[in-house]
Design a protein around this ligand. Structure first.
Ligand SMILES: Cc1ncc(C[n+]2csc(CCOP(=O)(O)OP(=O)(O)O)c2C)c(N)n1
Length: 307
């Protein structure tokens, strides 16, 4: 990645972080911690890696983004608004009656949202389905599909070494408590769905506290390896590392791929990183409001410096 590209991604990260904070503050409460921990990932996806057309969100040739931890909607909305899917004014209607931006994702309401999510775990199965569907479609286009023999089609797709449309699925570490995740991972690994990049946002916390204290996922990377995934672990605030890891995934032909994001809940804003209970943050105390205003000021000055 050259300096110009990195600057563009840093600027996008700062804007996504700023807008996430602003819209949750305006709403009065919301899932700040888990939205902030994926800001740099969203920046690399929407600023560099993804194929999309913001003016035609349903474009058939697009890559799919499935934010399985659907409560992090405000982060995704801020990314979508920053790359032109809809006006930034919409962000200030977060979770209001009649809004197009509900706190949890709804693909029937928001342009650019590919999967309705909020009930944890389900996005992993949807991602597996979309990924194998894309493989089958490609095999069909290539003329190798036989409608009467899906086994054969899947077998062929497995050996396919060209990378076309991709599925990017983002899963929380607390979300791994859902058995459905592991069922879907098995399917993705068994079918060697290398067109589905599984991101696990390991921010070490979930709703009720530390993930290890609620239901310990133990060593997530080792578990994904044991399930048959090619894995990489990267710092979640490092756009270059995330980008390189995605590039590496794209070169893997013969197995499923997973990137574990070593992240901090509340990432990028010290006050919210340090807040013990930062899953859903309420902006109803002078301390939280002051911290938000200071962070907004700081992010705006970072953005001005980049511009
Ligand atoms: C099936 C299901 N069970 C419980 C919940 C309640 N819930 C919402 S968020 C959350 C914690 C998720 O933790 P994690 O995936 O680590 O998200 P992050 O920390 O990144 O916000 C829980 C248990 C839910 N949304 N869906």
């Amino acid at each position: 990645m050259n300096e110009q590209e990195l600057k563009k991604l840093k600027l996008l990260s700062a804007n996504i972080r700023l807008d996430t904070l602003k819209c949750i503050k305006k709403c009065g409460y919301g899932h700040l911690g888990g939205s902030l921990s994926i800001v740099e990932l969203l920046s690399v996806l929407y600023g560099k890696q993804l194929r999309y057309d913001a003016k035609n969100p349903q474009w058939e040739g697009r890559d799919f983004v499935i934010l399985s931890k659907g409560h992090a909607g405000p982060g995704l909305y801020s990314a979508l608004a920053n790359v032109g899917f809809f006006s930034k004014d919409w962000l200030l209607t977060l979770n209001e009656g009649g809004t197009k931006l509900p706190s949890h994702l709804d693909r029937t309401k928001t342009p650019g949202v590919d999967m309705t999510a909020g009930s944890l775990g389900q996005g992993t199965s949807a991602a597996a389905g979309v990924a194998i569907g894309l493989k089958l479609k490609k095999a069909e286009i290539a003329g190798q599909a036989r409608n009467d023999d899906t086994e054969k089609i899947a077998g062929h797709a497995r050996n396919d070494d060209t990378i076309g449309q991709l599925v990017y699925v983002v899963v929380g570490d607390g979300e791994l408590n859902e058995g459905q995740c592991w069922e879907a991972f098995q399917f993705i690994a068994h079918n060697k769905l290398n067109n589905c990049i599984v991101f696990i946002d390991e921010n070490k916390k979930q709703l009720d506290g530390w993930t290890k204290d609620v239901i310990n996922p133990f060593d997530i990377e080792k578990k994904m390896q044991a399930f048959g995934f090619f894995t990489q672990k990267v710092k979640a605030n490092d756009e270059i590392a995330i980008d390189n890891a995605i590039e590496k995934c794209k070169s893997i032909k013969d197995s499923a791929v997973c990137i574990i994001l070593d992240s901090i809940k509340g990432q990028g804003i010290k006050y919210f990183e340090d807040m013990i209970d930062n899953h859903s943050v309420k902006f109803n105390t002078p301390e939280n409001l002051k911290a938000a205003d200071e962070a907004i000021e700081e992010l705006e000055s970072i953005i001005n410096r980049y511009n």
